[in-house]
Design a protein around this ligand. Sequence first.
Ligand code: TXA
Ligand code: MG
Length: 338
Amino acid sequence: MKTNIINELTADALKKLKQEILKENLVIFPTETVYGIGANALNKDAVSKIFDIKERARNNPLIVHLKDKKEIEKYALITNSIEQKLIDAFMPGPITIILKKKEIIPDVVTAGLDSVGLRVPSNQIAHAFLDYVDVPIAAPSANISSRPSGTKVSDIKAEFDGLINYIIDGGEADIGLESTVVKVIDGIPTILRPGFVTKEDIEYLVGVCNVSPHVLKEVKSTTKVESPGMLYRHYAPRTKCLLIYSSSESKLKNAILENKTSKTIILGSSKLKDLECFKFINYGDTLEEISHNLFSYLRLADKYQGDLIIIEGVKKEGLGLAIMNRLIRTSNFNYIEL
Ligand code: TXA
Ligand code: MG
């Protein structure tokens, strides 16, 4: 199978993509968060292929992508005013809202749960694709399970070349981290996975927002979690990682110097650029830059073939919470905070 990269959504390209989806095949497409690997959400055989190609656990449910928020009621029930407020305020955009599912969504999508995660991307290419194929698209992030999510086509092609017929190239994903996953639990919006829409944004809208305690903690496989994705190893390069955070620059630098080996790659902001090391990668100086670069630079760090990646942590506030949620898992909970 040859993988075709589509650079422009011409009428001809859209037709081919729709045929591909209706043939129960998969298409990789860009969104503002990360790339998705999509199938017709209403067809269980098509959805099943996603789990196979990603080597994804069958009990980890998929997000369903819609062209417009007006479509939500075809697939789920909005049961309270907070859900409605979240939809009105943040969709289309980098948020997934967990709602009570309707029968039409096959169980394979939701891993047997009675809820479904719905998302309406704001990315124009994603929108044009969803609009033209005119079926809901179930899509996880475009990466083999446990690896960093795909944020640009060169990384994705390296993983899926020959396994998939079409990748739509929309350039580097803007945000670079997956959507905020929110569920209203006992009347309170609860973040199951932090993202670009922050706890602070939701608090501003409805006055209150909880964050699942599992966001920054290791989850034992026997624990009952609201979001099964929390159970798995995630966002991981092949090289061992150590995450270090301190609000004090000198403590941070000292901890890096104490822990580094002769083949340590440092992934951090420009204040670390003069530390002596095997390789330094500047991941940016703002939370937005770090979020945008993170997954792609973790893959880059792997390519240098060091024996340790030391990653600078950030403050767990605003978008920083999403970055730390990913980095804590990237480093497999190998984390120092000073
Ligand atoms: O930004 C994103 O969300 C990207 C793009 C492609 O839209 N998608 C993505 O999908 O990150 P995935 O499959 O990598 O992550 C989906 C997360 C998982 O942690 C899963 O457990 C959770 O959402 N999830 C999905 N449906 C759920 C449900 N019904 N209840 C609780 N958690 C759910
Ligand atoms: Mg994923």
